[in-house]
Design a protein around this ligand. Structure first.
Ligand code: PHE
Ligand code: NA
Length: 440
């Protein structure tokens, strides 16, 4: 077998992991899930979930990937636990499932990049969203997004993925900061900040059963957990790197970018509608597109340039996440069966395009794909991974986490203990509530 590629630098891995984490989950999904789950109450639980559950979980995936130096499925065999390849398999499936509709939203972003340049949405942003988010047009742009994703993955880790993500993070932060400041200066944005930042504990108490599972699953989705992506990326890391430091950085940056996106979208929604509107064209999946597009429309000619730039940067963020999803299955087939990388990337890309056409045809389908991912697939996959690290792989995981970090062994043991208790219970409850909510 050919020498396995590694990241050329530490920054290469961090950027790629952050590139995987930061995506539509932060910029599109986080603001709208916040808006449909009670505002600040959701943000509050999400922050807890990212730190108390997301961080220890990502560390587990890093430890699996780096030790095994293999794709997310075979990693479990390599660690001498062949039965647990099931976990890798479920992660792989979850990732593919998510990519099928992720690409649909990625297609919307391409559409909006063009729509900014032409001023296509300037007249009526809500109607425009309704027109381009479904049907033939949505399918065409979904195809384009998937083709771009497969194209980058076909080139391999060093040439494709590492280069594509280098500029993305700083640009995303700058654009969001700029828009956030702009939104703050607008009349009518004031009440948004209370809604977004000051949790209504009464709402939280009454809706705990839906806010908690959504927030926990959002943390998984956003951190690219439970889909083999972080296992796969960590398989290319050097032994002398500190996994806890890397994990902290990824979680911190990813969370900050999500919160920042909310500081753009929610105030802009309040400016336009006086509240967070109900329904698809503003409150749900349309929130980012309708609200931010309106801000650009208000800017007139300048809005065309700024809008195109903004959506272009979002597109890069979406692509760097999508490629990490496709890389999981591609590296598996290349490692295990010696398949041709290009053919594998385009083959799976094509199949997922077909599956995703359902979600592109109608946002109701998209919602259903998303619900299944959030309520069942993600928590189930993460739960199995947590059980694996906590009880099966424990001692080796402790050793792996200590490699390259100067941390005391006590912290590493504490971490496994934390996985077995807080994380296990949190994810179990999330899965239980998710599954029962589907049948409700
Ligand atoms: N974390 C990405 C986002 O927030 C989505 C993603 C999930 C990417 C899983 C890779 C793997 O947009
Ligand atoms: Na994310």
């Amino acid at each position: 077998m050919a020498q396995r590629e590694t990241w050329t630098t530490r920054a290469g891995f961090i950027l790629a992991a952050v590139g995987s984490a930061v995506g539509l989950g932060n910029i599109w999904q986080f603001p709208f899930k916040t808006a449909t789950n009670g505002g600040a109450a959701f943000v509050f639980v999400y922050l807890l979930a990212a730190v108390l559950i997301g961080l220890p979980t990502i560390l587990g995936e890093f430890a699996i990937g780096r030790r095994a130096k293999l794709n997310a499925v075979e990693a479990f065999e390599q660690l001498n636990h062949p039965a647990w390849t099931v976990v890798g398999g479920l992660g792989l499936f979850t990732g593919l499932w998510i990519l099928s509709y992720y690409s649909v939203v990625g297609g919307w972003v391409i559409r909006y990049t063009i729509g900014s340049l032409t001023g296509g949405y300037f007249a009526d942003t809500a109607t425009y969203f309704g027109a381009v988010s479904t049907g033939v047009e949505a399918i065409a742009f979904h195809a384009l997004f998937m083709a771009l994703t497969a194209g980058i993955v076909a080139f391999g880790v060093e040439d494709g993925i590492e280069k594509a993500t280098k500029l993305m993070v700083p640009s995303v932060v700058l654009m969001l900061l700029g828009l956030g400041v702009y939104a703050f200066t607008l009349d009518g944005s004031g009440p948004a900040y209370g809604y977004y930042l000051s949790p209504d504990m009464g709402y939280l108490a009454n809706n705990l059963g839906s806010v908690v599972p959504f927030a926990v699953s959002q943390a998984f989705f956003s951190l690219s957990l439970g889909m083999g992506a972080m296992i796969t990326y960590a398989s290319y890391i050097d032994k002398d790197e500190s996994l806890p430091a890397d994990g902290g950085l990824v979680v911190g940056l990813n969370t900050a970018i999500g919160v920042l996106a909310g500081l753009v979208v929610i105030p802009l929604l309040f400016v336009q509608f006086g509240q967070v509107p109900e329904g698809a064209a503003g409150g749900g999946p349309g929130a980012l597109f309708v609200s931010v597009a309106q801000a650009f429309a208000n800017l007139g000619m300048a809005g065309r340039v700024v809008g195109a730039l903004f959506f272009f940067v979002v597109l890069i963020a979406a692509l760097s996440s999508a490629i990490s999803l496709l890389e999981v299955v591609t590296s598996y087939c290349v490692d295990k069966y010696g398949w041709n990388r290009k053919a594998t990337a385009f083959g799976f890309g094509g199949a997922l395009f077909l599956l995703g056409t359902l979600a592109a045809w109608d946002t109701a389908w998209l919602g259903w794909f998303d619900t299944l991912a959030y309520s069942v697939l993600l928590p189930a996959s993460v739960l199995l991974g947590v059980i694996f690290v906590g009880w099966v792989y424990g001692p080796e995981a402790i050793d792996e986490v200590q490699q390259g970090s100067n941390a005391d062994a006590m912290y590493a043991r504490l971490w496994v203990w934390w996985l077995r208790t807080v994380v296990f219970v949190g994810v179990f409850v999330t899965l239980y509530l998710g599954v029962t909510s589907i049948y409700a």
